[in-house]
Design a protein around this ligand. Structure first.
Ligand code: PGA
Length: 320
């Protein structure tokens, strides 16, 4: 499967200008990677910068580095390739939100929240959900995550569901138990989809056990939108996030195998769901992960804030 390299910018950078420069830098460096179409590249700016990032990516290629643009046009012309493909190259960067409200998929009196319909409207295609920082600081749990996943599916937004154990759980040998519990949100999602399908067919919406909290129509639409390309599971051990303590590739491969077993137990179609790793990934340690068949990509925090190091990570996956 085509690997994913996803940059989670978290609450960075401080200014719009720096955000634009970072995105321009990534787009520019990416054009230099010969095989960059061999990899799916996505970044998740903070909400306040998403619109500007979407506008930048949708803008004409002239918004990017002029010299490089001209050099690249000459390079393409020499190869007999139409310059139209250059725009395609720039537009290969996808955008993700870092969260979405659980309270509604649309609009309403929810001060400070951002909804799936708003993200969709500005050109965002994916949402990162269940990141350990949201679980820790905002008590995100499976109940709210289920609503968020359904809202995203309803609007055709892909979901990067993050799971991962704390250091204490890791040391106590409880990694699999923690992950199994966190992954149950996907089992509930699939169950809700199937129930909604039945409900829609039999017109028995009121008997749906989720009817009080979840709009059955949204669930039914979510069923249509449940496609393999719209779900990614990111394994991010909490003790490896932002600590420099990267998990070994052997550990990660074993955990990814466990996650795969859980997913397939929920529904056979999830055999193809990408399972990516996150936690102190950088340009120096990424090669091992890129070479590992059980790792379908990486979710990168700190190292995604430097255009060159992020694109070097992309390059590692492209050359595998
Ligand atoms: P890190 O963050 O790469 O800085 O460890 C990863 C993440 O939180 O997704």
């Amino acid at each position: 499967m085509t690997p994913w390299v996803i940059g989670n910018w978290k609450l960075n950078p401080a200014t719009l200008k720096d955000t634009q420069q970072l995105l321009q830098g990534i787009a520019t460096q990416l054009q230099k990677v010969e095989q960059h179409h061999a990899c799916q590249v996505m970044v998740a700016p903070s909400f306040i910068h998403l619109s500007a990032a979407a506008a930048l990516l949708a803008s004409d290629v002239d918004a990017f580095d002029d010299d490089l643009h001209l050099a690249h046009l000459a390079h393409l012309a020499a190869k007999g390739i139409s310059s139209k493909s250059l725009s395609t190259k720039v537009n290969t960067i996808k955008l993700a939100g870092q969260d979405v409200t659980a309270l509604t998929d649309a609009t309403g009196a929810y001060t400070g929240d951002v909804s799936a319909v708003q993200l969709k409207d500005i050109g965002v295609e994916w949402v990162i959900l269940g990141h350990s920082e949201r679980r820790q600081y905002y008590s995100e749990d499976n109940e709210s995550l289920l609503k968020k996943v359904i809202h995203c599916a309803y609007h055709g937004l892909g979901v990067v569901l993050c799971v991962g154990e704390s250091e204490a759980a890791f040391l106590a040998g409880q990694t699999e138990a923690v992950l199994a519990q966190q992954l149950l949100v996907l089992q509930s999602f699939i169950k809700a989809i199937k129930q909604a399908d039945n409900a829609a067919r039999n017109d028995i919406q009121n008997s749906n056990e989720h009817a009080n909290t979840i709009d059955p129509a949204a669930v039914a639409q979510g069923a249509i939108d449940l496609q393999l390309s719209r779900l990614i599971v990111a394994y991010e051990p909490v003790w490896a996030i932002g600590t420099g303590k990267v998990a070994s590739v052997q550990q990660v491969a074993a955990i990814h195998h466990f996650i795969r077993q859980q997913l397939v137990g929920f529904d056979a179609s999830l055999i193809q769901t990408p399972i990516i790793y996150g936690g102190s990934v950088n340009a120096k340690n990424v090669d091992e992960f890129a070479a590992c068949a059980a790792v379908d990509g990486v979710l990168v925090g700190g190292a995604a804030l430097d255009a060159q190091s992020f694109v070097n990570i992309v390059q590692s996956f492209c050359s595998e």
